[in-house]
Design a protein around this ligand. Sequence first.
Ligand SMILES: NC(=O)c1ccc[n+]([C@@H]2O[C@H](COP(=O)([O-])OP(=O)(O)OC[C@H]3O[C@@H](n4cnc5c(N)ncnc54)[C@H](O)[C@@H]3O)[C@@H](O)[C@H]2O)c1
Length: 555
Amino acid sequence: MKPDRVVVGTSSDKAKKVMTALYEPFVRQGNPIIFMDERSAEMTKYAANSYLATRISFMNEIANLCERLGADVDMVRKGMGSDSRIGKRFLFPGVGYGGSCFPKDVQALAKSAQENEYDFKILKAVMHVNDLQKEILSSKISQYFNDDLSGKTIGVWGLAFKPNTDDIREAPALTIIARLLHKGAKVKAYDPEAMENVKQIFGDKIEFSANEYDAIQGVDALAIVTEWNEFRTPDFDKMKQIMNAPVIFDGRNIYDVQVTRDLGDIGDEAFVSEVFTKYGITHVVHLAAESHVDRSIKDPLVFIKTNVLGTANLLQVAKNHWHGNYEGKLFYHVSTDEVYGSLNMGFDLFTEKTPYDPRSPYSASKASSDHFVRAFYHTYHMPVVISNCSNNYGPNHFPEKLIPLFINNIIQKKPLPVYGKGENVRDWLYVEDHARAIDTILHKGKHGETYNIGGHNEWTNIDLIKLLCDTMDKKLGRSVGESRNLISYVTDRAGHDLRYAIDASKIEVELDWVPVETFESGIDKTIDWYLNNQEWLEHVTTGAYQEYYQKMYQE
Ligand SMILES: NC(=O)c1ccc[n+]([C@@H]2O[C@H](COP(=O)([O-])OP(=O)(O)OC[C@H]3O[C@@H](n4cnc5c(N)ncnc54)[C@H](O)[C@@H]3O)[C@@H](O)[C@H]2O)c1
């Protein structure tokens, strides 16, 4: 304990001596022990806590006004706090104060004022602002969803009234959760220490999660309610992947708005335009896409929105920002071999001249985006380049695609759902080879040209799956053939393209790129990565993933 000061209320000389002896070891650096009468001492405590509560409510009102005026309250806070007359502390706006001291002391002081017929206007306002403040976050969430929270799930990070405690007395989280439930939302919550206490209040009306990422699996939005340190630097990419929508209500202003904004949507013109202005973008390497064929069959419109409209938006913003001055500029669009349709078994290969013949909503949306990129080249003379690549594999791959999905299932000893007879052929390329190809094309590609990228590595699905089974049996110390027993054949994917195979001679001859990873070494590295990163795998395969998996393979 290192008190700034010790305040003692007593008029007894004996008590003064005892208290001095008691507290002196704690104020060796000269901080004062202040003696006064009992009433003044009591008032000092109430006044100090009420003043700090007043600063918080004041800042909360400043924050609300900043929002209306378009000012950044975080900058305002920094500006105010560096004035030594004001000081930095207790200026953080948020969802309101709680805990054992502030609410109790403010109320006690207000009550004393009332009993003594004194109208303490500021204190009443402080309490009123704090009550309203606790409701602001839930109101914002509700407004965002057009006042209809039925069927929505909201993740809540933080339940304690402040970090590093399990204290939930007067905690804003309680008001926020009660209001969300009242409006029909489901709530998934996580707090490092306070969950047991909150269970006493909400019981099974809300779901408690094992960690912060579990609490946002499949949620429609996240509310940050307590500023625990572990919430300050999360893996935003992972969050985006596991949440239904990347919507965060930051009740404690812990994230830099710019950082979260930079993770925005390519279809959002204002956002993309802001990024172009802020960073003076000269080169676009466009990979952002909805990318999974199975998902596109279930929900084609999302693919049109991101892949077609999103790409058109990027092109349009680039055109507007570059103003026809295309010197030193490039729009590089990363596409897929699936735009060419399907090959028969045999020796035919997709070349850059193969006519487009997309068969799935995914490939149709990518084909459409390729056309828009070429249209901007021909119509506006924008420097563009396109590459169409075969199937990638490697570490960090989300387990909805074949290789990571099957590695995960083999680890879990779950059935391996093979479409049809597993005869479909894909040409597999290690992801780092694709990345090197992108780098090569970015620097050496000829404007207006298209380059096919492939691994000369055709595998039928069933042979690939058997290879995975056998390699993993060895690595996991399982008996020979054990994982092959997990193979189960399921109804074929609608419109399943039979064979893709790339002729990559153009990029090899003209730009001097060749794949360097052999399939054996690439698969080996990939499996090792998944075996060494099972925590990552567990995080991304709970919640929303489970629902998705059920829908895709078990309906
Ligand atoms: N993986 C392959 O085998 C393969 C092969 C050929 C081409 N491609 C192409 O490469 C690109 C990347 O593929 P991937 O396999 O890494 O896909 P992925 O689905 O793993 O990653 C796509 C990324 O795009 C982002 N994204 C999606 N919608 C967005 C939006 N509206 N605004 C901003 N970002 C958005 C996602 O958050 C994600 O980070 C895609 O364009 C895909 O068509 C992939």
